[in-house]
Design a protein around this ligand. Structure first.
Ligand SMILES: C[S@@+](CC[C@H](N)C(=O)[O-])C[C@H]1O[C@@H](n2cnc3c(N)ncnc32)[C@H](O)[C@@H]1O
Length: 404
């Protein structure tokens, strides 16, 4: 098990918007005793899973975003740093040779359709497009899946950056990409080995170390979890906020190189919890009451009411699933921020409290903490009359603990 002093050294392998503060998980997990089964049903970059492993527990994570799954798998895996670095050197050598032979027409990921090619043309200059095609091709040919995960994670680190990366955009890591450059400031062949070194150095679990815990991360929808009933001791999760972050807007910059088409990513995005796109949802009395607890509904138009209804509809399913997989006597911790829609304060946390009650999860504690500036991704309240008080509350996150 890893000691408390080491928690300060939890370093991410890849940027991720609205990552959970590791100290929340760390402090919530039992310090000693039997190893527990800990689940994060919307695991994102894997903060819960890494902390649970570090504390000697069995960690399970699910997410629907392929890039989140990749990052969490890399972060939680047992790494052989020297082995991965030597593989990366070979991959770079092959990619440089392949890059010399690639024509402009062939400089796209193999499965890219017209729409995906247009996206790539807009956001990547032609030289980087060729070199990224060569690198992506060579990474996908690496036989060892575990090595491939680290190499893709390093590849993606060069793409998803705040200021200077291999694309023409800035702020990709904040999911707010805007085209800034005419030539990308970073060349993939120059940056790849450094990115690999950062990834493997930041992985806390080294191959052949004495850490006995495990982590299993799989594609899974939190509204219908691929997990047995009554099998989990503890859930620690931070669900998406209503309308706050479009994770895939930034993530698609990497995902297109890994063989995903823009149309697939769009479909995934529209089905994600908290997305702005309004899909069908239904109103029943539980949903209506939950919505009333969240905001002054009279001040919102039909489009925004539809968004809130869909969020509650989805989170109701998530809560039902959490209650199903949790053992009797289990604990569930939800970390969530509140939102603002057109200057109306929307209490996502109240929604969770209401929904938990339906499934016999009783609220054991509610606390708030200030979100550190660098972890803050929420859009500011839009209206002039939203006021100081609301601004303050938008900078907080709410930690809810439920007991069965
Ligand atoms: C706030 S982030 C989680 C961040 C995570 N705690 C971390 O520290 O990196 C919310 C996550 O929920 C995921 N998500 C959205 N809809 C989902 C669904 N239906 N099932 C599972 N995960 C989903 C998103 O892809 C995103 O990774």
């Amino acid at each position: 098990m890893i000691s408390a002093t080491q928690k300060a050294h939890i370093r991410p392998v890849h940027p991720f918007p609205a990552r959970m503060a590791p100290s929340i998980v760390w402090d919530a997990l039992p310090k000693q005793g039997d190893s527990l089964t800990v689940l994060d049903p919307m695991s994102g970059s894997g903060t819960t899973l890494v902390c649970a492993r570090m504390r000697g527990h069995r960690a399970f994570g699910c997410d629907t975003d392929p890039l989140a799954l990749l990052i969490a798998r890399a972060w939680c895996a047992d790494v052989d740093p020297e082995g991965v670095k030597s593989r990366a050197e070979l991959v770079l050598e092959w990619a440089m040779k392949l890059g010399n032979r690639l024509t402009r027409e062939k400089s796209y990921p193999t499965k890219a359709d017209d729409e995906t090619r247009q996206f790539i043309d807009f956001w990547f200059d032609s030289e980087n497009r060729r070199d990224l095609t060569a690198l992506a091709t060579c990474i996908s040919r690496v036989r060892s899946e575990s090595e491939r995960i680290f190499l893709w994670c390093a590849f993606s680190r060069m793409v998803i950056t705040k200021t200077a990366g291999v694309s023409l955009a800035m702020d990709v890591s904040h999911s707010r990409p805007h085209r800034t450059y005419t030539v990308a400031p970073v060349k993939p062949f120059n940056a790849f080995l450094k990115a690999v070194t950062t990834v493997v150095n930041n992985c806390p679990f080294k191959m052949n170390s004495s850490v006995a815990s495990s982590a299993s991360i799989q594609y899974g929808d939190a509204r219908s979890l691929p997990i047995e009933a009554a099998s989990v001791d503890m859930i620690v999760t931070s669900p998406p906020y209503l309308n706050a972050i479009d994770y895939l807007r930034g993530h698609k910059f990497s995902l297109v190189w890994m063989g995903h088409r823009i149309s697939e990513i769009r479909a995934l995005r529209s089905d994600n919890i908290g997305s702005e796109v309004s899909k069908k949802s239904f109103l029943n009395s539980a949903i209506q009451k939950t919505m009333e607890a969240m905001a002054d509904l009279d001040t919102l138009d039909n489009q925004h009411l539809g968004m809130i209804r869909r969020y509650v509809w989805d989170m109701n399913k998530v809560m039902k699933e959490c209650a199903r997989v949790l053992k009797r006597s289990g604990r569930a911790i939800f970390v969530v921020g509140d939102s603002a829609i057109r200057g109306v304060f929307v209490k996502n946390s109240e929604a969770l409290i209401h929904l938990a009650k339906i499934y016999d999860l009783s609220l054991a504690s509610r606390s708030t903490r200030t979100i550190e500036t660098r972890r803050r991704y929420l859009p500011p309240p839009e209206s002039d009359n939203s006021g100081q008080k609301m601004n303050g509350r938008m900078k907080e996150e709410v930690i809810l603990e439920f007991h069965y």
